[in-house]
Write a protein that binds this ligand. Structure first.
Ligand code: TXA
Ligand code: MG
Length: 346
């Protein structure tokens, strides 16, 4: 299949988005920008199109998709309302929050939710995404537009690298503002529960809901026999080709240097993946990741992981962060990229 990769500009925008909407309506796949990461979209009402998303990504068949909508009310065509739904929607949408509701009997295509009795929704904060939903008049089921297991795509070029030949169209609106995926919040449990952290933090959610819980798998590997509330948490994720070790805590600079030097001595080609603030304190090859705070690090984390591979490095030593505030989401992604290889220097 020939993949068209269109860099959107004022001249081509209307025609390109209309082409995307026509493809969605006719059961084809379209990669599109959101404020978090690029999505690989299909009509959520078309089971065959949704199945094709799983094939294009090599995605496990039990990992459900998020349905992208343009208005909070649209979710109630397919799912039941739950307490706090509209309060959270009005406070955080459009934006990086996904809300899980109980599915109605007549709902989106069953392939979207992989046998679960719930459906996940969000309104993305991207003009292109919203236009695609509005013009196609379909809710759009979309996972991140990467091959399963690889870092999520935050630029059109990342999507092209993974999806060239697999999908007909990539709408490219430049780098994503946020850089990591949305916070996934389950509203079907007694207390709203975070299944995947994102830049909408537990405290921000609690300011609306009063209480919020965080699923135990957010910073840990699932234990043998433990079921995944969010099936995506089961899989090895975000992994570059090179092995990653995350090193956090107050003594991280010394340990980063020590591990790097050991790797060099073993004949490896290591790289530091650290902030602009930390880089001058270290001696070696560096791929920058953020300015020294978790929000800018989250913005860069997936593109930096890809850049480490592109640089030909075969061993990555990444700077870890405190898990308070936005650091929780960043560490959730870094620890998965590292398959939980983490050194806390305290
Ligand atoms: O920011 C985002 O959320 C991006 C953009 C494209 O919107 N999308 C994204 O999709 O990250 P994906 O498929 O890579 O991750 C969706 C996550 C998975 O961990 C999946 O298991 C979970 O949401 N999920 C989806 N539906 C669910 C449901 N009904 N119950 C529990 N978890 C669900
Ligand atoms: Mg993903």
């Amino acid at each position: 299949m020939q993949t068209r990769w269109i860099q959107l500009n004022e001249q081509n925008y209307d025609e390109a988005v209309r082409m995307g909407a026509d493809l969605i309506r006719s059961g084809e796949l379209v990669a599109f920008p959101t404020e978090t990461v690029y999505g690989l979209g299909a009509s959520a009402l078309d089971g065959a199109a949704v199945s094709a998303v799983f094939t294009a990504k090599n995605r496990a068949q039990d990992n459900p998709l998020i349905v992208h909508i343009a208005q909070p009310e649209q979710a109630l065509d397919y799912a039941e309302e739950r307490p706090f739904y509209f309060e959270l929607a009005h406070r955080f949408w459009p934006g990086p929050l996904t809300l899980i509701l109980p599915a109605k009997e007549k709902s989106v295509a069953p392939q979207v939710r992989c046998g679960l009795s719930t459906v996940a929704f969000r309104i993305p904060d991207s003009e292109t995404a919203l236009d695609l939903i509005r013009i196609s008049k379909h809710p759009i089921a979309a996972p991140s537009a990467n091959l399963s297991g690889k870092p999520s795509p935050t630029e059109g070029a990342h999507v092209f690298e993974d999806m060239n030949g697999r999908i007909p169209l990539i709408l490219d609106a430049g780098p994503c503002r946020v850089g990591i995926e949305s916070t996934v919040l389950d509203l079907t449990s007694d207390v709203p529960r975070i299944l995947r952290p994102g830049l909408v933090t537990p405290n921000e959610i609690a300011s609306v809901t009063g209480e919020v819980s965080i699923h135990s798998s957010v910073l840990k590997q699932l234990e043998e026999g433990q079921t995944a509330a969010s099936p995506g948490m089961k899989y090895k994720h975000y992994a570059p080709k090179a092995r990653v070790t995350v090193i956090g805590g107050n003594r991280r600079i010394g340990v980063l240097q020590e591990k790097y030097d050991e790797a060099l001595a073993q004949g490896l080609n290591p790289v530091f993946m650290v902030s602009e603030a930390t880089a001058p304190l270290l001696n070696g090859n560096t791929v920058f990741c953020g300015k020294g705070d978790p929000v800018t690090a989250a913005h860069d984390v997936f593109s930096s992981l890809r850049a480490c591979d592109e640089g030909g490095y075969n061993r990555i030593f990444a700077e870890g962060y405190d898990t308070s505030g936005e650091g929780l989401a960043l560490m959730n992604r870094l620890l998965r990229a590292a398959a939980f290889d983490f050194i806390d220097t305290m």
